[in-house]
Ligand binder design. Structure first.
Ligand code: DQA
Length: 161
């Protein structure tokens, strides 16, 4: 039987991020989402944290999943915090913002590319002002840094180890 870990984090990836590795690699890199998730899940598990990974191209599906993991009736099964790359929904979705706020779970917003160095429509985020922090432009390492932050700040994992 798989061991159920007490502490849980949620990694959320939005539209088109299932295509990482193939999609505009000059902007988003060559690493696939499966590679990113596999590495992060293993890193979290080393510290007895379960990292639950979801990706969807559908805004409503992301909202359903965020509500689910953030508001489970059994509060001990809820995630403690989230890491989210909402992709294009960053720039459009009040509904995603509202879902994250409804859960009252802290989250870090991650973007692979530096959205501020790109088209003007990518400069605004509906999430940034309610995020604990925003990491952008550091490629897939941005996710790793967000996870490291939660390990350190929620679970007091010593970063020097
Ligand atoms: C992105 C940036 C968004 O503007 C874009 O729509 C994405 C990916 C990033 O990770 O750099 O799909 O969130």
């Amino acid at each position: 039987m798989t061991k159920s870990l007490t502490h849980k984090l949620l990694l959320v990836n939005g539209a088109n991020l299932n295509l990482l590795g193939k999609r505009e690699p000059d902007i988003y890199g060559h690493t696939t989402l499966v590679d990113i998730e596999t590495r992060l899940v293993a890193y979290a598990a080393e510290h007895d944290i379960e990292l639950i990974c979801i990706q969807s191209n559908h805004e409503g599906k992301l909202i359903d999943e965020i509500q689910h993991y953030g508001l489970l009736a059994d509060t001990s099964a809820q995630v403690d915090a989230m890491i989210i790359n909402p992709a294009a929904f960053t720039h459009t979705s009040v509904a995603l913002r509202d879902a994250l706020l409804a859960t009252q779970k802290p989250f870090i917003e991650v973007h692979l590319s530096n959205v501020h160095a790109r088209e003007a429509f990518r400069h605004h985020s509906y999430l940034s002002d309610v995020a604990v922090g925003v990491i952008c432009g550091l490629g897939h390492l941005g996710y790793q840094m967000a996870l490291t932050y939660w390990l350190n700040n929620l679970y007091s994992v010593n970063l020097n180890n």
